[in-house]
Design a protein. Structure first.
Length: 79
């Protein structure tokens, strides 16, 4: 994911994938940063794509127990 970001720093899915990897590792701080970066770039999705819903993502759900993190996730834009 980091190589993909270096190659295309404006594509949101690169950051989203990194956030999922962070979540799998239990790294909440980096998952939050990378989710924010992904959603900040959501206007750059390829035509026909849409941003994933992190509230339904198995990787992100692993961090749901943390109320502050989950509040952040719920506050992300829906489109």
């Amino acid at each position: 994911a980091e190589m993909a970001i270096a190659a295309d720093p404006d594509y949101p899915f690169n950051y989203y994938n990194l956030a999922c990897a962070d979540a799998e590792e239990g790294n909440m701080a980096n998952a939050k940063v990378h989710l924010q970066q992904a959603f900040d770039r959501r206007a750059n999705v390829i035509k026909g794509e849409s941003m994933p819903d992190p509230t339904k993502d198995d990787s992100i759900l692993k961090l749901k127990k943390d109320k502050a993190f989950w509040s952040f996730v719920l506050a992300l834009p829906k489109s």
